[in-house]
Write a protein that binds this ligand. Sequence first.
Ligand code: NAG
Ligand code: NAG
Length: 412
Amino acid sequence: MRFGSIIVIVALCSFTAYYIYEPIPEEIEERWKLMLTNSFFRSLSHLADLSELLGLKDYMGVMYFITLAEKVVPESDEHIEVTEETFDGVEVVLYQPKQTGGDTELSRAVIYLHGGGWCLGSSRMSPYDLLARTLVAELDAVVLSVEYRLAPAHHFPVPYEDVYRVVKHFLQKGVLAKYSVDPGRIAVSGDSAGGNLAAAVSQQLQKDPGQQVHLKAQALIYPVLQALDLNTPSYQQNQDMPILPRTLMVRFWSEYFTSDKALFRAMMANTHNNPESSSLLKFVNWSAFLPETYHRKYNYSAPAVVQGVGGEGVGMEGLAQSLADPRASPLLVPDSALRSLPKAYILTCEYDVLRDDGIMYVTRLRSAGVEVTHEHYDTGFHGGLMFTVWPTDFLIARRMTNNYIKWLEENL
Ligand SMILES: *[C@@H]1O[C@H](CO)[C@@H](O)[C@H](O)[C@H]1NC(C)=O
Ligand SMILES: *[C@@H]1O[C@H](CO)[C@@H](O)[C@H](O)[C@H]1NC(C)=O
């Protein structure tokens, strides 16, 4: 069934004042459409809670319906050759411009990592397929879309490691030559959790002494960048905003690490920091790294530090280390680890719990001397760039896509 018909049916079924009426700031464009879209997500989320409560299917299992409903089979067309391959054991979808008139010029390449909180999403969802095609058409680039494995079936570090393996495989001179890619013009990019993976991979590649081909750029679209403080001003301001309410982001974070619900409860209360992660809180100190306009209405207090997660003694092997791991939270590194990173594009939205993650990274990268282009959307909401397909197509998605591609055009 098409996603369009499903969303219309579900939205109609949930057409009650309760579901639809959610105060959405006046300045957001196409408010009614966003309320309707959000009513679909909220209905599904309530259904998922109910299903988990009744022991039918776990929460993420039900939410995964969004991914299934939008799945397409990426196909070649007149201008683009699409192939599904396996790079070092990980599935990828590869989009290549068809060479015209026998020219064998080398192309740029974009390695794209989809969003979905490490638990949902797929390269084969129609908005990602469409974005990949647009990148090929506008940039004449090869696009490598990575089908990394997902939580909760595969907790951290599996999704990250899948991406890292693909990137290492692709950045070999022989492989790049096979796809006619210019080794000097490769970017990694992703939205939301994909932005998290893109930032993490950029950092880890720099640390790899054997790495010969380097990334030229990283483009992070409303990225998730830290798990230590889930009460930044943007988490507080936007806790009930459409698409990604705070509860859902906290659920994504906890499910990335473990299926033990004690972590979810501790993260909701922001009492999940342990002695191991507490020494890193200075890297996510929003009173230091956010411009005054974003934090003046809020008083900073550092998150509580508790022995054992949330004082509930969640003694899961490795959880304390995971919380402190920069491969999960790229903000948790000293400036010295940021200095040699590729130039960055960072997109943030005002009405997004993750706004401050992105802005803090802008501040930190700039103070480490990295060239950063920061595009902040005053009327933007989380996930905006993906809403390009009818009936959930938004004007802001088009603006975001155009600006993002323009940056790649000029910087890659
Ligand atoms: C956070 O930054 C503020 C000032 O910018 C400082 O007073 C405070 O001690 C810092 N706290 C932590 C935990 O780093
Ligand atoms: C922040 O602290 C000031 C001074 O203590 C207080 O007046 C204000 O209400 C506090 N603001 C918030 C949002 O808690």
